[in-house]
Design a binder for this molecule. Structure first.
Ligand code: IVH
Length: 698
């Protein structure tokens, strides 16, 4: 890839002159030069992390290329850098089959595991010495790239290993992925590469700072942000996520007769060198080749110790038999290659001190002990609270107040207390006594047989009431806009709201007088609350906080009655007969709907205007009036019959084929010829299942 940089500067200066004078005599020649310069600058910047020209100059070159291509569309090539720009929204990501399954890796944690692996490889290959290539294991989201005749033709996520989502357009926005690469010079006509899409630590923190400034919630970790980024519908947004792709493997390489070419590439280390030379960002900087497992282990440890300062998240190393011939001899299980193993780094840990324990009361009365620890930074996040789950957890770990403790981030998100450092326990250590009374209402706590949690069973317990209110208004339940957790806590404390029905009796003039409230926020609150009265009944069922009733069960339940109060007449048998309802859920529903105060609450809410009736009857009408629909591909949430029913109930029409009369084509997975045909008719709007459901307010 490296070219004489003198020449690059000379050519860049010439092209910038052309951009300034705006006279292009030979568009074909200039477009070609611009493309190769921009591709080179991209490679330098995104693969080698070197800046050769100022952003301003880069933009001028780019704009000139775009202008020439706009004026001469026949000059556009598929690998032009202008093709990286998003072209509209992706309505769905079709499922595609990988050329070869994307397997997982077996794990190892210590020298013994590595030795065993080495012995197995030697036995299966019949060799006495085996070369191993050891490289960093990036913690991101896997990707498979297919190049045909040098062109990137497909990018897919790992999915279930056999098939993944086609995310080609999104992958094209990742500048470290070349849109074309010269595999043909090696006689390779088709190749499938594997790699990991990551976000650098720096970029991740920068992005979170910006989000904080905009009042948006911070992203939890780089891995999930990368994997979410690959699946975003708007490729313009993908481009803002700072995604980078490290390619670590050639999965398949074939010549134009479909003959396998991998063996000719000799080894993992040679193929990484090759990919690097072809312009890919690879593990070249990180790999090394060894024969002895002791050396493999020290290399892994050396990486483990520099892990914190490394710009990308790595969670271990991958040890691979280097020669492809050996790999072939050693083979695969259905889950992982036998010729490779991951050496996992220890979970990230930190020391801190257990200062005190707070006992939180949940909406069902369950008491959760939460450790308040001296704030400590762990993998980029400051941790001061860690859940201790229940009394047994504290006993099993033999935790004492004032203990020095080890905190770990399991799955790198949720902090976890590994245990106390017993050797460092001092006389300050105080045994932890689980409270016998509710910290909120002082009722005695009880523990049911077979349960681990202590509970406060006082239905009027203020802490529970507050949590129930928070749950009632939350997104997954009544979804009341303008009314978050903090506002509920404040209103509860100031006795503006004592019980759920008070939400519908708010005195908005009084709220306007409160500090921090303005006309606009009060209006938002009022409209959020008013809107919630019209919610479908499943939201209310979730909001009531009936134990074991989440949104799936609530949606199912709401279909079986016209008014949810009818459940007060159902017996256990009738409830158990419903789909997916077992004896525990049935009993919980039965208890809820036979309790007088709960029924009183429902009456009160109904009187205040909260909807208790099944929506369909109210909503049949005109949402889709005069619009025609056709469904193609397989849907995730709807059956064909249900989809048809919904269209008709909302006043729309179903068509049986794609024609100019069609307004909407709803595409599911593996959509075929109907989609292709519809793409040729401009007036047809192509949408996915979720957008369709949104149209009808589902
Ligand atoms: S080799 C068949 N090498 O780790 C070969 N994987 O469970 C299998 N990963 O999701 C993968 N860095 O995407 C390999 N240098 C590396 C890797 C790597 C990250 C990921 C991979 C997969 C997981 C393996």
């Amino acid at each position: 890839m490296e070219i004489n940089e003198e020449l690059i500067f000379e050519q860049t200066t010439k092209l910038l002159n052309i951009a300034d004078n705006d006279v292009v005599n030979d568009p074909l020649q200039i477009a070609e030069e611009l493309r190769s310069i921009i591709n080179y600058l991209d490679w330098k910047y995104y693969v080698k992390s070197e800046t050769l020209v100022q952003d301003y100059d880069y933009d001028r070159l780019y704009k000139l290329l775009r202008k020439i291509e706009e004026e001469n569309p026949d000059l556009i090539t598929e690998d032009s850098p202008t093709r990286r720009v998003a072209r509209g929204l992706s309505t769905s990501f079709p499922t595609v089959r990988h050329m070869k399954p994307m397997l997982s890796l077996d794990n190892s944690y210590n020298y013994t595991d590595l030795k065993d692996f080495d012995l197995r490889v030697k036995k299966l290959s019949g060799q006495e010495t085996v070369e191993y290539c050891v490289e960093p294991k990036f913690d991101g989201s896997s990707i498979a790239l297919v190049y045909e005749n040098n062109m990137l033709v497909r990018a897919a996520t790992r999915g279930d290993g056999n098939q993944g989502d086609d995310i080609t357009n999104n992958a094209k926005t990742i500048r470290s992925i070349p849109l074309s690469a010269d595999f043909l010079r090696l006689g390779i006509a088709r190749v499938e590469l594997r790699g990991e899409v990551v976000i650098s630590q720096n970029f991740f923190h920068k992005m979170n700072k910006e989000r904080e400034g905009l009042g948006l919630p911070a992203f939890q970790n780089a891995r999930n942000t990368a994997s979410g980024g690959l699946r975003m519908k708007d490729s313009k947004e993908v481009a803002k996520r700072g995604l980078e792709a490290f390619i670590y493997q050639i999965g398949i390489a074939e010549d134009d007769n479909g003959e396998d070419k991998t063996l000719e590439l000799i080894s993992q280390s040679k193929s990484i060198d090759l990919l690097h030379d072809l312009g890919f960002k690879t593990t070249k900087q990180g790999f090394s080749v060894f024969n002895a497992m002791e050396d493999v282990l020290s290399y892994c440890h050396a990486w483990e110790s520099k892990r914190e300062g490394y710009p990308y998240e790595i969670d271990g190393m991958v040890v691979k038999a280097n020669r492809f011939e050996t790999q072939e001899q050693v083979g695969y299980t259905s889950h992982h290659p036998r010729w490779a193993i991951a050496f996992k780094f220890k979970a990230k840990q930190a020391r801190s001190k257990l200062e005190r324990i707070e006992y939180q009361v949940g909406r069902t009365g369950a008491i959760t002990p939460v450790a308040k620890i001296t704030p400590v930074s762990l993998a980029g996040v400051t941790i001061s609270s860690v859940s201790l789950h229940n009394e047994d957890f504290i006993k099993d770990k033999e935790l004492h107040l004032n203990d020095i403790i080890i905190v770990e981030r399991a799955g790198d998100v949720i902090p976890y207390i590994v245990g106390p450092v017993i050797e460092e326990r001092t006389n300050d250590a105080v045994e932890i006594k689980f409270p016998e009374e509710c910290p909120s209402c002082s009722s005695p706590l009880v523990k049911e047989k077979e349960e681990v949690a202590w509970r406060c069973v006082n239905i009027d317990c203020p802490a529970q009431t507050e949590e129930r209110l928070i749950h009632f208004v939350s997104k997954g339940a009544m979804n009341i806009d303008g009314l978050g957790k903090d506002i509920i806590r404040r209103f509860y404390k100031e006795e503006i709201i004592k019980h759920i029905p008070d939400l519908y009796r708010l005195n908005y003039d009084q709220i306007l007088q409160l500090e921090g409230w303005k006309q606009k926020s009060v209006e938002n609150l009022r409209s959020g609350i008013e809107k919630s009265k019209e919610n479908e009944t499943w939201r209310l069922l979730v909001g009531l906080g009936i134990r074991h009733v989440g949104s799936t069960t609530a949606k199912m339940l709401s279909k079986h009655v016209r008014n949810i109060k009818e459940f007060s007449k159902w017996d256990i048998e009738a409830l158990t007969a419903l789909e997916d309802i077992g004896p525990i859920v049935a009993e919980s529903l039965y208890d809820f709907f036979r309790n007088d105060s709960n029924l009183k609450l429902l009456d009160e809410l109904e009187e205040l205007g909260v909807n208790m009736e099944r929506k369909e009857t109210m909503n049949v009408g005109n949402l889709l009036q005069g619009k025609s629909f056709l469904f193609t591909g397989s849907m995730q949430k709807l059956t064909r019959d249900r989809a048809k029913e919904l269209v008709e109930q909302n006043g729309g029409k179903i068509l049986s084929s794609v024609s100019k009369n069609l307004n909407f084509l709803v595409v599911g997975e593996k959509a075929g010829s109907k989609l292709t045909k519809a793409q040729g008719i401009e007036t047809i709007e192509i949408i996915d299942e979720d957008s369709f459901l949104k149209m009808i307010g589902e």
